[in-house]
Design a protein around this ligand. Structure first.
Ligand SMILES: [Zn+2]
Length: 174
């Protein structure tokens, strides 16, 4: 397994709608393992393949906390097939360092995905998994959580991130 590099905004790959997986090959399974390792290494609770520059609809999620253990979910071609209610909750993102803000999403979602064995799962959740799934599927469609904020906040944050990215680039040149 390997820890992959997590792309940061404004990397153009984060704007790409990535492709559905047609066959679950050993390569796909290896990517899912690497994504899980990258997610744990980065202390994230979810990761989309888009964030590590891979053009496939793959997501890993583990919402375990010290108090409450959850399972590692490896999802192939995940889709939200129904949503209910609304909930505003603070989000952060491994691709958007140092910014957290409140995002409104469905409270409860029904979703579908294939597991690494190719078995289809249809499930419902109204907790943290529901939140993370919506955030990660957005990534697969080229959307980051900043895009769900008011136009004013969005413009402000993007300006800040661009400035920071430029600073990082200049620092590397020294
Ligand atoms: Zn994210």
């Amino acid at each position: 397994m390997a820890v992959l590099t997590v792309l940061k905004v404004p990397d153009p790959f984060l704007r790409k709608k990535v492709k559905k997986v047609q066959d679950i090959t050993p390569e796909v399974l290896k990517i899912l393992d690497d994504m899980a390792e990258t997610m744990y290494y980065s202390n994230g609770i979810g990761l989309a393949a888009s964030q590590v520059g891979i053009d496939m609809r793959l997501v890993t999620i583990d919402v375990s906390t010290e108090e409450k253990k959850s399972e590692l979910l490896k999802m192939i071609n995940p889709e939200v097939i129904g949503g209910e209610g609304e909930l505003v909750m603070e989000e952060g993102c491994l691709s958007v360092p140092e910014i957290r803000d409140e995002v409104k999403r469905y409270k409860k979602v029904k979703f579908r995905y294939l597991d690494p064995e190719g078995k289809e799962h249809i499930a419902e959740d109204d907790g943290l998994i529901a939140r993370v799934i919506q955030h990660e599927i957005d990534h697969l469609d080229g959307i980051v959580f900043l895009d769900r904020l008011s136009p004013l906040k969005k413009a402000l944050y993007y300006r800040r991130l661009k400035k920071e990215a430029k600073k990082r680039k200049n620092e590397l040149k020294m």
